[in-house]
Design a protein around this ligand. Structure first.
Ligand code: ZN
Length: 147
C-alpha cells in the first residue's frame, strides 16, 4: 500500500470516527471557530489543570478535512501543556508549507502528519488549520481566566 493511500485512510478514519467528539461533563472554557470559505464550524471544550489540558472534546459541522484535522488535534492534545500545543501548531503550519520536518517533529504531530498533502490544495488549507486557529483563541481565553 502506498503512503498516500495510508494517509488517505487515516484522514477517512478520523472523519468517519472522530476522536474526542462530543461534550465534556465539566469544562473550564469553550470556544467556537469558523471557516466561512468552506462552511466549517467547530466548538472546542477543554478542562485544564494549571497550563495543561486534562480533557478536550469538540462538536460541529464541517467537511471531512476539517473534521479529521480537529479529531487528530484533540486526540493529541490531551495531557499536553499549552506550550506543547503551540509547538504543535507551528510544526503543522511548517508541514503545510511543505517544509521538511525532523523525526521528532513528525512524531509529535502524530496522525496529523497524514494531512501533509493538504498544503498542495490552497483552498483547503483553512479547513485543516481551523482547529489550530481556534486553539490560539482558546489559549488566550484560558490565560485571561488565570489572570
Ligand atoms: Zn472545510
Amino acid at each position: 500500500m502506498s503512503l498516500e493511500t495510508i494517509y488517505g485512510e487515516l484522514i477517512l478514519d478520523h472523519s468517519k470516527h472522530p476522536r474526542n467528539f462530543g461534550k465534556l461533563d465539566e469544562s473550564d472554557e469553550t470556544v467556537e471557530g469558523a471557516n466561512p470559505l468552506c462552511g466549517d464550524e467547530i466548538e472546542i471544550q477543554v478542562k485544564t489543570e494549571g497550563d495543561r489540558i486534562t480533557g478536550i472534546a469538540f462538536t460541529g459541522h464541517s467537511c471531512a478535512i476539517c473534521l479529521a484535522s480537529t479529531s487528530m488535534f484533540c486526540e493529541n492534545a490531551e495531557g499536553k501543556s499549552f506550550a506543547e500545543l503551540d509547538e504543535l501548531r507551528n510544526i503543522f503550519h511548517n508541514l503545510l508549507r511543505g517544509n521538511e520536518l525532523t523525526d521528532s517533529e513528525r512524531t509529535k504531530l502524530g496522525d496529523a502528519f497524514a494531512l501533509s498533502g493538504v498544503g498542495k490544495l490552497p483552498a483547503r488549507v483553512k479547513c485543516a488549520t481551523l482547529v489550530y486557529e481556534t486553539w490560539d483563541v482558546l489559549r488566550k481565553k484560558l490565560e485571561q481566566d488565570r489572570g
